[in-house]
Ligand binder design. Structure first.
Ligand SMILES: *Cc1c(COP(=O)(O)O)cnc(C)c1O
Length: 242
C-alpha cells in the first residue's frame, strides 16, 4: 500500500470548494424561483481519502454518496458520520445487497426487478425497510445502468408491491453534453416524468426526491427541479482511480 501523505493544499481547497458549491446552488435556486433549502448537496466521496471527506463533513455536509459497497464499508469507521445521511449511488450487484442493506440510508441506483427483490428480501430478513430511488437511463445509453423511461412506470408498480422496500423518487445520470442547453433537455424530461408520476398518486410510490446534477451540470439540474445534486470532483478535486 502507498504511504498516505496529507496534502494541506488539497485540504484547504476542499473547504473553499465546498463553500463555493453551496453558494452556487443557492444562486441557481434563487434564479429559478426556488427555495434554496429545497436543494440538498451530496458530497460524492468515491476514491477520496477519509481526511478530505471529514473536512467537508466538519463544514456541515450532511449527505454523502458512495459508489462501491466495499470501499464504503472499508472507510466508514474513519468518517465523522454523526447525523450524516449515507446513500449508495453506484451500480449495485445482487450479490452485494446483503452487505449494504442497513449500512446506508438510501440506495439510489435500483434499476431492475431482480435487484429490488433482493433488497426487499434482505431488508425483510433484517427487520428493516430500505428507502430507494429508481435510476433512470434518460439518454438511453447502452454503457449506463438505469431503466429507460418507457419501462419506468411498470418497474415502479412492481417494486411498490414488494415488502420492506420504499420508493422515494428518481435518480439519473444524463449523457455527457457540451452545453447546459443540451443537458437541460434531459433534466427537463426527468422533471416532467417525476411530476407526472407524482400526480398519479400510485400506491406506495413516493415522488419526493429527484436526484440529478453532478460537478459539471448541477446548476442546470437545479434550474430543472433537482432536489439532490451529487457533487464529487468539484469539491474534492479530480479523482485518481486505483
Ligand atoms: C461520481 C458520481 C457523481 C459525482 O461526479 P462528479 O462529476 O465528480 O461530480 C455523481 N453521481 C454518481 C452516480 C457518480 O458515480
Amino acid at each position: 500500500m502507498e504511504k498516505f501523505i496529507l496534502d494541506e493544499n488539497r485540504l484547504k481547497s476542499v473547504e473553499d470548494n465546498y463553500k463555493a458549491i453551496r453558494y452556487r446552488i443557492e444562486e441557481s435556486a434563487v434564479k429559478a424561483g426556488r427555495n434554496p433549502d429545497d436543494v440538498r448537496l451530496m458530497a460524492v466521496t468515491k476514491t477520496v481519502e477519509s481526511v478530505y471527506i471529514n473536512s467537508a463533513l466538519d463544514l456541515g455536509a450532511d449527505l454523502i454518496g458512495e459508489n462501491r459497497v466495499q470501499e464504503y464499508l472499508g472507510k466508514k469507521d474513519e468518517l465523522h458520520l454523526d447525523g450524516v445521511e449515507k446513500h449508495l449511488i453506484g451500480h449495485l450487484q445482487t450479490n452485494k445487497v446483503k452487505q449494504i442493506v442497513g449500512e446506508v440510508d438510501m440506495i439510489e441506483s435500483v434499476d431492475s426487478v431482480k435487484l429490488a427483490k433482493e433488497i426487499s428480501r434482505v431488508s425483510l430478513n433484517k427487520g428493516i425497510t430500505t428507502d430507494i430511488l429508481v435510476e433512470v437511463n434518460v439518454g438511453r445509453e447502452e454503457s449506463k445502468s438505469g431503466i429507460y423511461l418507457e419501462g419506468l412506470e411498470e418497474l415502479l408498480l412492481e417494486i411498490a408491491e414488494m415488502p420492506s422496500i420504499k420508493i422515494k423518487g428518481l435518480m439519473t445520470i444524463p449523457p455527457i453534453c457540451d452545453t447546459d442547453a443540451e443537458v437541460s433537455q434531459y433534466f427537463e424530461a426527468m422533471h416532467q416524468t417525476f411530476i407526472d408520476i407524482r400526480d398519479k398518486k400510485l400506491d406506495n410510490v413516493n415522488m419526493d426526491i429527484l436526484s440529478m446534477g453532478m460537478s459539471g451540470d448541477f446548476e442546470a439540474a437545479v434550474a430543472n427541479g433537482s432536489n439532490i445534486v451529487r457533487v464529487g470532483s468539484a469539491i474534492f478535486g479530480a479523482r485518481k482511480y486505483f
